[in-house]
Every structure is written in structure tokens, then in C-alpha cells.
Ligand binder design. Structure first.
Ligand code: NAP
Length: 336
């Protein structure tokens, strides 16, 4: 094949925020397809906080990336060529195909997307891992009841915006914790939250006491650290804390911080539970069907932060979600 692939590879284990020296970009000629293989041209690369964890040398729920490996990423792409009977040229697919211009795959773990059903990018956002995490975390783990008070952190982000909107759809009072005044405005005015707290300028514990004087029934945690501690201290009796992620801790070299306010769990007979969306694959069909329905009827707004660029722009974009620069699902739309 006479086509050149551009690939972003992990060159070093980052210390703190990933920097330029942690990446290499390679260009290599694509090999001829073997029987069973599919050539996919990347259209979108999903940028996820979890990527920082994959770059560490320690195993978590996925094996660590090796030095020199193509950076792992969920992508959407178009089949350019196929020697696999299950895939045809021109089809749109999604899978963990990595930060590269083209991927050669045997099709395992790759699923087709029907572009007639709506914008394909939704399969990395509201219908993909973030939306499914919000659905399972909020509805199955947090189980909010009508009239309850729900707090969501990183509430303007990919998972958080859906989690908060789902609580609103279920008749809850929803408070978003976000970074910055514009995001406060966004979650209240655009997404219909009842209140917002700016974690950058406000004392989060004090603001939660003010916005939720009867206490917080469900706290959906995307960030960990001080915001988690403030929310745990603000729980109502029988409160539920859903541990979805801990983005404030991902670049820390000193381990994950403690939870000085944890005694509130005992005093309030509260529960704290972590989950991994991949353990709940049996719930995906129901979750996708209901998310789709809410989007269609207009009660669930889709918020995407789509940045056009090339795969070599990935390292710069990865940093954006660690400084709160994204609103909604952060995606790199790969353009030639
Ligand atoms: N459990 C699962 O199965 C599962 C699946 C998918 C994702 N997750 C987790 O869900 C969380 C959200 O992921 P996402 O894709 O939706 O990301 P995101 O919320 O779109 O982006 C991350 C956001 O986190 C906030 N943030 C960044 N640094 C922070 C800090 N030091 N302290 C407090 N907040 C900070 C920023 O928002 P503000 O500036 O507005 O606060 C930023 O925009 C992540 O922790 C991710 O790992 C878990």
C-alpha cells in the first residue's frame, strides 16, 4: 500500500502533566492488508482523562501502555479498505483504534455506526463511554429519587453534563460544581441545573451548605480531592456518593489524597461506591435506547467540544481537560 500513516506514540512515562518529551510522532508506510484485516481512516479521536492513567507503568483496569506503543484511544473512523467479510468500504466504525491517521485492525472490538441515526460523534460522547458512565453511575448506582438534591462535579464535562441532566430528568434538584463563571452560566442556563458552584473562586463546602441546606442526597464524583471531601461533608442522611473518576488526582506523583471528612459517611449512614462502566455492558442497550430517546425529545442536550486538527495535535489537546478548558465531550476531528 502506498499510503503513509502518522502515529502518536508514548515515548516516556510523564511526571506530572504530560509534556512534549513524553511523545514521539512516527510516519510509516501502511502494510498491505492480510485476509481478515480492515483499514480504517480516523475521523474522530476521543480525548479522555483516563488516558493519563494508561500512560503510567502500573496496571489498572487495562494493561499499561508500553513505551513506544501507539497511544490508546477510542476513535471513530471510515473503512477505507477491507479484507474482512464483516466490514465494507465506506462504513463508519468505532473502537479503541489509537491516536493514528489510519488503523489496521482484525475487527475485534470494532462496531459499526449507522450515520442515518444522527451525528456519528455522539458515539464517543452521549452514546459512548461518557454517556453510558453517566447513565449507569447516576441511575443504577446513585439511584436518585424525585425531589432529592444531587451534586455533580466536572458538571460541564462529558460525563458530568449527562449525569446532571439525567438527575434533572428524574425530578431532582441538581447542583453542578464547575471551574469558572461561564461554565456556571452554561450548566444553569443551557442545561437546566438549579444552581452552580465555581470551584475556582468559591468555598465548595460553604456553597453546598447554602445551596443544599437539607444536605446532598447523591454526589456524583468526577474529580476526587478537595471537591469530593467538601461533598462528603455535605451529605444528607442516607446519602450516596458515586465514585466515577478522580481527575484532580491523575497527574499527582504522590498518590491519591485522603478524605479527611469521611466520618460524615458514618454519621449520615451514607454509602460510597465506585464503578467501572465496562462491568455493566449488559446495560448498554437499554442505556443507549433511553439516552437516544431523551436526546430526540429534547430533554437531554448534547454538548460536544470538537476541535479540528491533525493527530499530531493530540498531546496539546490532552492537556485541555486537565486545565478545565473543555465544555462537553472533548473530541479531535481529524482533518487532512
Ligand atoms: N468509572 C468509569 O467507568 C468512567 C468512565 C468514563 C470516565 N470516567 C471518569 O469520569 C471523569 C470525567 O471524565 P470526562 O471524560 O467527562 O472528562 P471532562 O469532565 O470532560 O473533563 C475533565 C474536567 O475535570 C475538571 N478538572 C480538571 N482538573 C481538575 C482538578 N484539578 N480539580 C477539579 N476538577 C478538575 C475540569 O472541569 P471544571 O474545570 O469545570 O471543573 C475538566 O474540564 C474522569 O475522572 C474520568 O476518568 C469514569
Amino acid at each position: 500500500m502506498n499510503m503513509v500513516n502518522t502515529q502518536v506514540r508514548l515515548a516516556a512515562r510523564p511526571v506530572g502533566l504530560p509534556g512534549d518529551g513524553d511523545w514521539t510522532v512516527t510516519e510509516e508506510r501502511l502494510p498491505a492488508l492480510e485476509t481478515g484485516q480492515v483499514l480504517v481512516r480516523t475521523l474522530y479521536v476521543s480525548i479522555d482523562p483516563a488516558m493519563r492513567g494508561w500512560m503510567r507503568g502500573t496496571p489498572s483496569y487495562l494493561p499499561p501502555l508500553g513505551l513506544g506503543d501507539v497511544m490508546r484511544a477510542w476513535t471513530i473512523g471510515m473503512v477505507e479498505d477491507s479484507r474482512n467479510t464483516l466490514f465494507a468500504e465506506g462504513e463508519i466504525v468505532t473502537g479503541m483504534l489509537g491516536v493514528q491517521r489510519y488503523a489496521v485492525t482484525d475487527g475485534r472490538g470494532v462496531t459499526k455506526i449507522d450515520p442515518a441515526e444522527g451525528p456519528v460523534s455522539a458515539h464517543l460522547g452521549v452514546l459512548g463511554v461518557p454517556g453510558l458512565s453517566a447513565y449507569i453511575g447516576m441511575l443504577d448506582i446513585g439511584r436518585p429519587r424525585e425531589g432529592e438534591t444531587v451534586v455533580v462535579s466536572a458538571a460541564a464535562g462529558a460525563v458530568g453534563n449527562v449525569a446532571g441532566q439525567l438527575a434533572r430528568i428524574h425530578g431532582c434538584r441538581v447542583i453542578g460544581v464547575v471551574g469558572g463563571q461561564e461554565k456556571c452560566r452554561h450548566v444553569v442556563e443551557d442545561l437546566g441545573f438549579d444552581a452552580a458552584v465555581d470551584r475556582r473562586t468559591e468555598d465548595v463546602a460553604e456553597a453546598l451548605r447554602r445551596h443544599a441546606p437539607q444536605g446532598v442526597d447523591v454526589y456524583f464524583d468526577n474529580v476526587g480531592g478537595e471537591v469530593l471531601d467538601a461533598a462528603v461533608r455535605s451529605l444528607a442522611r442516607g446519602g450516596r456518593v458515586v465514585l466515577c473518576g478522580a481527575v484532580s488526582q491523575y497527574n499527582s506523583e504522590n498518590g491519591v489524597g485522603g478524605l479527611p471528612g469521611y466520618i460524615s459517611l458514618l454519621i449520615n449512614r451514607a454509602r460510597m461506591e465506585g464503578f467501572l462502566v465496562f462491568d455493566h455492558a449488559d446495560r448498554y442497550p437499554e442505556a443507549r435506547a433511553r439516552l437516544r430517546e431523551w436526546v430526540k425529545e429534547g430533554s437531554l442536550k448534547v454538548v460536544e467540544d470538537v476541535v479540528p486538527g491533525r493527530v499530531v495535535d493530540f498531546p496539546r489537546l490532552l492537556l485541555r481537560q486537565f486545565d478545565g478548558g473543555n465544555t462537553g465531550k472533548l473530541l479531535l476531528r481529524v482533518e487532512d
